[in-house]
Design a protein around this ligand. Structure first.
Ligand code: NAD
Length: 526
């Protein structure tokens, strides 16, 4: 077995690999892309941190490659698609550096509250300015944590020890978990309005890009302080500078910037009330050691015993089984995505029931695919079949699976119930004989609609004219209808699933919602 370590990795980690007698472990850091391309062909495993770029060309050239191990969390330096296409497992070590990042976040918070870098700079320049650096205490202040994942939770625990009140915004965390950690779940606007300090711990997604901008800053308390150890693009930097200049924002502490390294004249670097560090939150001896040893163990487990742990791109099934289960995984992800996008309220429980021939196949993976569909709108590509259950667990959301021998009208059927604090969503789907996914019931009302692309979903009163009204509104706005399915329930309630060929703009959705017979309308994107 030949293993290439391209970035600096903990010596203990490398030692773990060298313990295998017949294994050759080459440590070659600082290779140019051309040098890497030239030598990668012979290796079975590649171990990297964030420096080496594992491009499609590298993966293509790596004839024997079976696994890429990333010591750390982000896999932006690895071409996942190329790896997946080639059947190369990509593993990372999520959580190995959470404490380090949380500790820097606390450090930045304290440094900002007491102007530590500024006071130190002034003293070293010969001043003794005891009056110029009056700070504030963290005690009894409100900390707003945006994103309550591994790092957000560690920050909250530490902030509680500083006797701060902690409010949290994260739509995918349950009340139960929040209570366990003595924090309060609130809406994003409430968090903005109540927090003295705001700390960001969300991944960079379309929904989180520029989360801090002029409009959100306007909603914040006067004198708010902002910490960002997540991703630079979460903040609209020009708007933050304006907030700092006006005095609305008292300070900002940033370990990450939208351009790294930044241009020398970047206003945030020059501003007297910012603290900027060069993306060092995870750079501690402990974190590097932990992730180095973890990745070495994971890669060893895979090469030796075929055990797949913390893979970001691969289901743990044989190729044959994967072929059989494929259509159900697609159905599961679509059903989960549909259910979560029509969901109202905070999710606390996912119930899945399998009927017919689905009970005989790997329902563990089908459930994971449903969870991928549910969590993808919020976690993006970070969620996959391998890590979906872990993400659900971390959010304190219950998963209840059951199988039923009750005969239904379909040879296979998957039923998904999403319980929230507001209501329960219930959707069911099947695979038709041609392998196509179909939605067959919503809210217990029979309906038949394809499960892909853009879908307008409505709940309406069963009165004449609804199809005409919706059709006209969509038509007048050049939105072409591919399929229109209506289902009628008892007591005059009905649901409609309209597959459309293009986007339904928000303005049109508002118009649809204002129709007297329409009780609910959402656009779902699968
Ligand atoms: P995580 O996946 O454990 O947690 C992210 C949380 O954000 C999840 O709970 C998710 O539900 C929530 N979330 C997603 N979209 C949201 C939204 N729109 N609003 C509110 N919450 C939302 O991730 P983590 O390990 O805690 O990492 C958090 C961030 O820290 C990531 O962006 C990561 O890249 C960054 N990070 C930075 C460094 C560094 O060196 N500065 C090191 C490690 C991680």
């Amino acid at each position: 077995m030949k293993i290439l370590v391209c970035d600096k990795l903990s010596a203990q980690g490398i030692e773990r690999l060298r313990q295998e007698a017949a294994w050759q472990v080459d440590v070659k850091t600082g290779l140019t892309p051309a040098e890497l391309l030239e030598i990668v062909g012979d290796y079975d495993a590649l171990l990297v941190r964030s420096t080496t770029k594992v491009t499609a060309a590298v993966i293509q050239a790596a004839r024997n490659l079976r696994v890429i191990g990333r010591a750390g969390t982000g896999v932006d330096n690895i071409n996942l698609e190329a790896a997946t296409n080639k059947g190369v497992v990509v593993m990372n070590t999520p959580g190995g550096n959470s404490v380090s990042v949380a500790e820097l976040s606390m450090g930045l918070m304290l440094a900002m509250a007491r102007s530590v870098p500024q006071a130190s700079g002034s003293t070293k320049e010969g001043q003794w300015d005891k009056k110029g650096f009056t700070g504030v205490e963290l005690k009894d202040k409100t900390l707003g944590v945006v994103g309550f994942g591994k790092i957000g939770m560690e920050v909250a625990k530490r902030a509680r020890a500083f006797q701060m009140n902690v409010v949290v915004f994260d739509p995918y965390v349950s009340e139960r978990l929040a209570q366990d950690l003595s924090v309060k779940l609130v809406s994003l606007d409430t968090l903005f309005a109540q927090s003295d300090v705001i700390t960001l711990h969300v991944p960079l997604l379309e929904s989180t890009r520029h989360l801090v901008n002029a409009a959100s800053i306007a909603k914040m308390k006067d004198g708010v302080r902002i910490v960002n150890t997540a991703r630079g693009e979460l903040i609209h930097e020009a708007d933050l500078v304006a907030g700092l200049d006006s005095g609305k924002v008292a300070g900002a502490a940033l370990d990450v910037l939208s351009m790294e390294p930044p241009a020398k004249d970047t206003p945030l670097l020059k501003h007297p009330r910012t603290i900027v560090t060069p993306h060092i939150a995870a750079s501690t001896a402990e974190a590097q050691e932990t992730v180095g040893v973890e990745i070495a163990e994971q890669v060893r487990g895979f090469l030796k015993d075929g055990i797949i742990r913390n893979a970001v791109n691969f289901p743990s099934v044989s190729f044959e089984e994967y072929k059989k289960i494929g259509p159900f995984l697609q159905l599961g992800e679509s059903l989960g995505g549909f259910g979560s996008q029509i969901c109202q309220g905070r999710l606390s429980e996912v119930g899945i029931r399998y009927y017919g021939e689905t009970v005989d196949i790997n329902t563990h993976l089908i459930a994971s695919s449903i969870l991928v569909g549910i969590l993808k709108p919020i976690l993006g590509d970070a969620i996959n079949l391998i890590n979906a259950r872990k993400h659900l667990d971390e959010r304190g959301i219950l998963l209840i699976e059951s199988q039923s021998s009750r005969v239904r009208s379909f040879s296979n059927l998957i039923s998904v119930r999403l319980k929230t604090d507001a209501r329960e969503e219930w959707v069911e789907g099947t695979i038709l004989s041609q392998g196509r996914s179909r939605l067959v019931s919503v809210d217990g009302i029979d309906i038949e609609a394809p499960l892909h692309g853009a879908i307008l979903f409505i709940r309406n009163n069963d009165t004449p004219g609804v199809i005409g009204q919706i059709g006209t509104l969509l038509g007048n706005n050049q939105v072409n209808i591919a399929n229109f399915a209506l289902g009628r329930g008892e007591s005059g309630q009905a649901v409609g699933v309209v597959n459309v060929d293009s986007e339904v703009p928000e303005r049109l959705l508002q118009e649809i919602r204002s129709c007297p017979s329409i009780r609910f309308a959402r656009v779902v994107q699968l």
